[in-house]
Design a protein around this ligand. Sequence first.
Ligand SMILES: CC(C)(COP(=O)(O)OP(=O)(O)OC[C@H]1O[C@@H](n2cnc3c(N)ncnc32)[C@H](O)[C@@H]1OP(=O)(O)O)[C@@H](O)C(=O)NCCC(=O)NCCS
Length: 186
Amino acid sequence: MTRDDIAAVQRIESAAYEDAWPARLFEEELSNGFAQYLVAVEESAEPPPAGPITALRRALFGGTHERIVGFMGVWFMVDQLHLVTIAVDPAHQRRGIGTRLLLECFTIASEAELNEIVLEVRESNARARAMYEAFGFRKAGELKDYYKDNHETAIVMLSGALTQSRDRVAGIREALHTAHPGEFEA
Ligand SMILES: CC(C)(COP(=O)(O)OP(=O)(O)OC[C@H]1O[C@@H](n2cnc3c(N)ncnc32)[C@H](O)[C@@H]1OP(=O)(O)O)[C@@H](O)C(=O)NCCC(=O)NCCS
């Protein structure tokens, strides 16, 4: 994610979350040396709105149109990777993009030699919890009154040792490519 992506990211954020972050928070996060933010980009036949950035991308990528369809942010902690945020444009959900982003989270953790991923998720967020559980995340605790908008409890989930989950993650990657042939980069 770069500063040029923030407007598109913020549109997804607002559509995906009721307590959406303002654009300013993404700007701050992009200057946070302990954070990394990624966007999921889809090549599209439909041209994006014209502008200098579009022209530059067209020059760099040979005329393909790109659309941001999701994003993810992580923090590098002492011995864990913290998944801070992940969201997919509602119009593009249930196509494996969340899974592809979460696979990237495991790659980032492993490349940084961090052996565990931690995250918080709203108790009521069954969709996200199902995705995390499929990756082997398990509930480690609760944070009461964590979400200030509705006083909801956060479920803290841990991946367990990544050295133990390599086969599971490899299986998810393979299943994703089988279910969506040619749609995702490796
Ligand atoms: C959670 C989220 C990122 C998943 O993105 P996605 O691209 O739809 O995810 P995928 O298509 O890869 O689906 C992954 C798994 O999530 C679960 N899931 C996703 N959408 C679901 C739904 N509507 N109902 C039930 N389970 C669902 C399923 O387990 C699914 O696996 P399956 O398709 O093999 O059954 C997306 O729903 C989202 O952006 N939600 C709003 C933001 C949010 O809640 N982020 C998490 C904060 S902790």
